[in-house]
Design a protein around this ligand. Sequence first.
Ligand SMILES: Cc1cc2nc3c(=O)[nH]c(=O)nc-3n(C[C@H](O)[C@H](O)[C@H](O)COP(=O)(O)OP(=O)(O)OC[C@H]3O[C@@H](n4cnc5c(N)ncnc54)[C@H](O)[C@@H]3O)c2cc1C
Length: 619
Amino acid sequence: MAKRKTHFEDCDVLVVGGGMAGTGAAFEARHWGRDLKIICVEKANIDRSGAVAQGLYAINCYMGMQWDENQPEDHVRYARNDLMGMVREDLGYDMARHVDSTVHMFDEWGLPMMKNEKTGRYLREGKWQIMIHGESYKPIVAEAAKKSADKIYNRIMITHLLMDENEENRVGGAVGFNMRTGDYYVFRAKTVIVAAGGASHIFKPRAVGEGMGRTWYAPWSNGSAYALPIAVGAKMTQMENRIVLCRFKDGYGPVGAYFLHLKTYTQNANGENYEKKWYEHTKKMVGEYIDHHPTPTCLRNHAFIQETMAGGGPIHMVTKEAFQDPHLETVGWENFLGMTVGQAVVWASQNIDPKYTNPELTTSEPYVMGSHATCSGAWVSGPEDLSPPEYFWGYNRMLTVQGLFGAGDTVGGSAHKFSSGSFTEGRLAAKAAVKYIEDNKAKNIKVSDKQCEDFKNVIYKPLENYTVGRNEITGGTVSPSYISPIQGLQRLQRIMDEYVGGIATNYMTNANMLKRGLELLEWLQEDLENVGAEDYHQLMRAWELKHRALTSQCVTEHTMFREETRWPGYYYRGDHLKLDDENWHCLTVSRRDPKTGKFTLEKVPVYHIVDDKEKKKAS
Ligand SMILES: Cc1cc2nc3c(=O)[nH]c(=O)nc-3n(C[C@H](O)[C@H](O)[C@H](O)COP(=O)(O)OP(=O)(O)OC[C@H]3O[C@@H](n4cnc5c(N)ncnc54)[C@H](O)[C@@H]3O)c2cc1C
């Protein structure tokens, strides 16, 4: 262990994860903190990392305030409706009022945007989405971060946050290791902005075996954004609100442009509009929410799932009509080239030409994320001018740990931020982090050598487990003393799939199943002490697994706590199969005690700030 080199880096602002939110944070930190030392640490390579690695075809969050296309209030109403009422409206409004300025910067930086030549307006795919030629999206925002930060560290996985030893509940930095050299890195920092993306692969995916990486959400998103704060006792919110996506089967190609721009539609195997069939059934479960416009994403999933369970599948996207128009046909194919080339390859391999064959759709396994049509994540302070007292404790986007900030998928309660909103939230978090330093809140932080050494021993333990344990193997790869990361991952995925509402049970769970799931997760945690890694890549896999497992415990605790089915189509509580506004029109907040590992949960009021304000103005 002593032979392994340790690098120390002291800085003011440490950004963990250089995805959309992390690049936004690095950029904005420099704007406000001219003389501050800003470091960004990225698990992959910032030029092609995170959910936007491959590019995107649309920026999904743009108000268009300059042309009065939408206002922030409209976006709050939209996100609130889609999430069945459960969003932090202060956070959503705050993001929405700043997001246009972010998109205008992307335009200036050279991101190819599609525009109406006459009016100069961005071409819209839908009410909120604007179309881009987005293959170069990630390298462009990475360049802004690279020019802003003092240093970007690529290929370093952050495994733990450091805590101040002078003041309780204050962050002191983070530690991790370089996956190529194996060196240990200690980043002592005055503030830390966690922007490490959401979690795929905690539920068993539809594609297993050789196709295991083929999921909708990037397989490298491993929930560090949640595990890092959970481990130090930061509060989390809405972790039960996992997302299930309706996408083209097997390739998970996006459907947004198809629905919105190409005006394609879905039908069951008999050519019927199945959504109508499930209207009365859904109304009994969720009441008037089914009459809202647009229909909330989860409720559309619900009709899909019910129809499939009733034997009406496969469900198809009707493309044959739109693809007769050569322009729309081109748009349909190009839509994949900028972000999911794999879908075109899958269709080629399955002999599907959407001009002549309507392609099949599927619902994905659940994922946990805070920036898409879902809002799991950390419980953060909102902005001073908007947030009610319960939502405000001094610094915008600061978690319940002092000096620890979050953005993008990390932050809970604020859905529909997408790429542009996540970058914007990174900017907001960075501005507040700089203010926190300027206000002298980060004075006298103590991180002892012992704390750093202890983490070093913990981080490299999987290598030791392997080195010792492999000697006991007499044949094959099964060791009596350690489990490999892939074995642990598959065990985790089965627990989540079968007990917490994955595809095995058609997203169904109940208190008894959750209780059993929690027991199994606890035993898995015990065994994860004995995970073995044969090289640095496997060491990364081991830590990804540990982060996924902790995230999963939190998801399961939250799912157990909310005794209703708030989002049918995302998951079902079979023992509480109805939406229950009387008892559950509230946000859920959890905290895991770092000393005991036990979770406590509470209900927190959800404030409908936007229409409240308007009502007050009118009266
Ligand atoms: C399949 C898919 C399609 C999407 N389509 C669109 C779209 O069409 N339009 C749109 O606007 N938005 C879209 N989005 C949403 C958008 O991609 C996300 O909102 C956005 O990327 C979230 O930003 P983030 O920074 O939180 O996470 P990410 O951009 O995923 O960045 C997280 C970063 O953290 C790094 N990281 C993770 N763990 C660690 C660790 N332990 N240590 C160090 N670094 C770490 C990762 O490598 C990554 O670079 C899509 C998302 C997905 C998953």
